[in-house]
Write a protein that binds this ligand. Sequence first.
Ligand SMILES: Cc1cc2nc3c(=O)[nH]c(=O)nc-3n(C[C@H](O)[C@H](O)[C@H](O)COP(=O)(O)OP(=O)(O)OC[C@H]3O[C@@H](n4cnc5c(N)ncnc54)[C@H](O)[C@@H]3O)c2cc1C
Length: 377
Amino acid sequence: MLAHDKREKSLVAVIGAGVVGLTTALLLQCNNYDVTIIASEFPKDEKAHPDYASPKAGAHWRSMCDEDDSRAKGYDTLSYRTFQELAKNPESGVRIRDAIDYFDFNPTGHEGHDPWWSKIVEDFKQIPSTNADFPIAYSYKTPVITPSIYLHFLLHQFKKAGGHIQHRKLSHVTEAALWVGTKPKPVKIIINCAGFQARYLGGVQDLRCYQTRGQTAVVRASWIHETVTWISKTGSIMYVIPRTNGDVVLGGSHEAHQNNESVSGTKTTHILRTIIDRYPKILTPGSSPAYAASLDLLCKFDIVDQKVGFRPSRIGGVRVEVEHGRTGTGQHVLIAHNYGHGGAGYQSSWGTAFDLLKMIEQAQREVPEDLHETAKL
Ligand SMILES: Cc1cc2nc3c(=O)[nH]c(=O)nc-3n(C[C@H](O)[C@H](O)[C@H](O)COP(=O)(O)OP(=O)(O)OC[C@H]3O[C@@H](n4cnc5c(N)ncnc54)[C@H](O)[C@@H]3O)c2cc1C
């Protein structure tokens, strides 16, 4: 019976092993597809290629969707719920933590209104702000993800359930058909989760894709268990995000169209100085205010790492779409896209993957007339 089910599964190739590719692959696999992930970069401990965004992320759930963007709101909502479930498994690298967001402006545009996501998250409250420069403050519970654990967790779940992986770089989206499937049993669906590289991948070459540079400093501060964010109307966002191992990520920067891979010492100093000013708790418990104000900044932290990452941004937002196409040998294939998540690839990952799955199932029922013959082959 099992062998029969296996034969009936459609073959799927997912290009990309970032958080988006891994999530999409796992979801398709759970829905009875036979999935292979092809990627030039997989989660690993050594230094990854700078374009590979997922290992460099914060990463916490803090929705940045506009009130009137129902599609993006749906993505973040579904992902929040899924992360709540994942957090029940201590091996996932996901924890539900206390979160505080400070604003120097009213993000809803209306006095007294709560943001749309206040009804989604657990324990939402407007709280009195302790910082006169950031008079609006919200507290709530949110998922915080340790990428180095979570990416391996997703990959492990995928492999354990029989998923295949191939380590290679593709030059064209339909090249996946050469590596997955055979002539009698060809690949049926190719899913492009190439992140920023969708700009260069043949058959896609999406010029709306660009990078937004982000720099962070990782420090040892095992006494910090909450995530805190300061959001300014200038677009500056600073944050404190604890990892599961006692490290804490301090950030950050949002530099659109910047591709400098080197750590900037000036930026690190700015991040550390700003975080000490706004959040003296980051210093070893018992540190005096005079110590916090003294000049010897770098000595105050046990800096474990400094990272530069590139968010895969896209003009117009994330692309979640399915189209009909042909492989090099003329076979009908569905080409599905899930890329361009910008700074929200974790917090929208499950939502975009579920939406894509629905689109794929719909598209399979609606093969255009002129593609019918090859579709049946
Ligand atoms: C500093 C920083 C902080 C962030 N904080 C957060 C946060 O708090 N919350 C949040 O939700 N998001 C955050 N993000 C954003 C998040 O990291 C990204 O949105 C997410 O990682 C994008 O994932 P992805 O899978 O689309 O792309 P990537 O992780 O870049 O993966 C792309 C994959 O495609 C593969 N690939 C590309 N081209 C090819 C090819 N031609 N052939 C084969 N394989 C190919 C690559 O090898 C890789 O496996 C942050 C990002 C940064 C830089």
